[in-house]
Design a protein around this ligand. Structure first.
Ligand code: PMP
Length: 431
């Protein structure tokens, strides 16, 4: 596949944009380097790059594009918003409607605030939890990524671990000292950490279904135990549902799993492809925030009509009957095809999937935590990633990222993808 223009643009980009990319996970560093593909157009389940090559997209912009690219209903909402002024700096009717839709879907979010990214949403949840409890420490789980704010970039997963940077430079040790990291799905390790630090802990931060070292579900009882132990210590449970909300059902993973946190952070899907974040939770906790309380959080762009109206339109698409059943149907079809190809070509994989979100690990060990995900073969993944790219299938350039099926993917796309996986696995095996 010819990608000359991509290569040329990357050269130009390197000269003016730091590292040639506006987010490190877009670089091909984790898959052996070279020019990333520069995309020019996206429609439905497809991308076209600057050289005119077409790709089936499973990156979905790292999660937000659940209705596919340029969904007409979402596009119309964005155009209407743009035509009526993109930023007011005042309350608007759409933010009231949208907050109502979110609360109806995720009842634990009794009061909600919109902001501009998942990073901001999580960062503010931590501030609110600290304000409410009067404590400082945070407990998080290894490999879970919660954005790039100082507090949560400690033993983070996703981008940082892919790039081999467990902690970022520029984060004071004094801040890292306030963050405790324990393995996901390990109740004993969590209970031990809480025994030691529970009385100083403001919040326990959890991805209820992990989306940052592939896709990893909580073992039965794990989240219940986290809730119980955290509350016994007088700390708050914060769910980071930036990836999970509205992905597996119309609501949060918390609805699906029947567990309720005190605070929830949202992002990605709820912006319909435009920048957004949101956080919310129990009324008396949220009342810590200005103008009602002493914890400060603000945003010039927060609640901008374009993001809000795109988000409403996106959720309206997801409200259509059968959407999540279709994710399950297509996801199961893709899973079965990949498993069959792996068996046929003797390629050892683990495949974790929930509905339309899936992860393929090149390892013989089941993946329930970050340790196991780290053991997956990154070189094999890199070869697979490039073979798939040449087949016209766009995955994220990291062994830790998930594949996302959107409402735009069809059975034909899935068949085309399975055929590409089959040929790629054959090539991996030297056949
Ligand atoms: N939390 C989770 C679970 C995420 O996956 C991400 C982004 N991948 C974030 C927070 C940060 O969101 P953003 O990139 O919008 O700041």
């Amino acid at each position: 596949m010819n990608r000359e223009k991509s290569a040329h643009l990357h050269q130009q980009a390197m000269d003016v944009i730091l590292g040639g990319v506006n987010s490190p996970s877009r670089s091909f560093k984790a898959v052996g380097g070279g020019a990333p593909v520069t995309m020019e157009r996206a429609q439905g389940a497809y991308f076209w790059d600057v050289d005119g090559n077409r790709y089936i997209d499973y990156l979905a912009a790292y999660g937000p594009i659940i209705t596919g690219h340029a969904h007409p209903h979402v596009t119309q909402a964005i155009c209407e918003a743009a035509a009526n002024g993109t930023l007011y700096g005042t309350p608007t009717p759409w933010e009231v409607k949208f907050a109502g839709m979110i609360r109806e879907a995720i009842p634990s979010m009794e009061r909600i605030r919109f902001n501009n990214s998942g990073t901001e949403a999580v960062m503010t949840c931590i501030r609110v939890a600290r304000a409410y409890t009067g404590r400082v420490k945070i407990i998080k789980f290894a490999g879970c990524y919660h954005g790039h704010s100082d507090l949560v970039l400690v033993a983070a997963g996703s981008g940082p671990s892919t790039l081999g940077i467990p902690d970022s430079a520029g984060i004071p040790q004094s801040i890292a000292n306030e963050v405790i990291t324990v393995p996901f799905n390990d109740v004993e390790a969590f209970a031990d950490a809480m025994k030691r630090w529970g009385s100083e802990t403001a919040a326990v931060l959890v991805e209820p279904i992990v989306g940052n070292f592939g896709i990893v579900t909580p073992e039965p009882g794990f989240l219940d135990a986290v809730n119980r132990i955290t509350h016994e210590a007088g700390a708050l449970v914060v769910y980071d549902e930036v990836i999970t909300a509205f992905r597996f059902c119309y609501g949060g993973a918390q609805n699906l799993l029947g567990v309720e946190p005190d605070l929830t952070a949202l992002g990605k899907i709820i912006g319909g492809g435009l920048p957004i974040g949101a956080y919310g939770g129990r009324k008396e906790i949220m009342e810590q925030v200005a103008p009602l309380g002493p914890a400060y959080q603000a945003g010039t762009m927060a609640g901008n009509p374009a993001s809000i109206r795109a988000g409403i339109a996106c959720l309206e698409v997801l409200q259509q009957p059968g959407v999540y059943d279709e994710f399950e149907r297509l996801g199961a079809m893709l899973e079965a095809g990949i498993r069959q190809a792996a068996e046929k070509h003797d390629v050892t994989i683990q495949l974790n999937r929930v509905k339309g979100a899936m992860a393929v690990y090149f390892t013989d060990e089941p993946v329930h935590d970050y340790d196991a995900a780290q053991k997956a073969d990154g070189e094999l993944f890199a070869r697979f990633f490039r073979l798939m790219l040449d087949e016209g299938i766009c995955l994220a350039p990291s062994k830790y990222e998930a594949w996302f099926v959107t409402t735009a993917h069809t059975e034909e796309d899935i068949h085309e993808t399975i055929a590409a996986v089959d040929r790629s696995f054959a090539a991996l095996n030297g056949k």
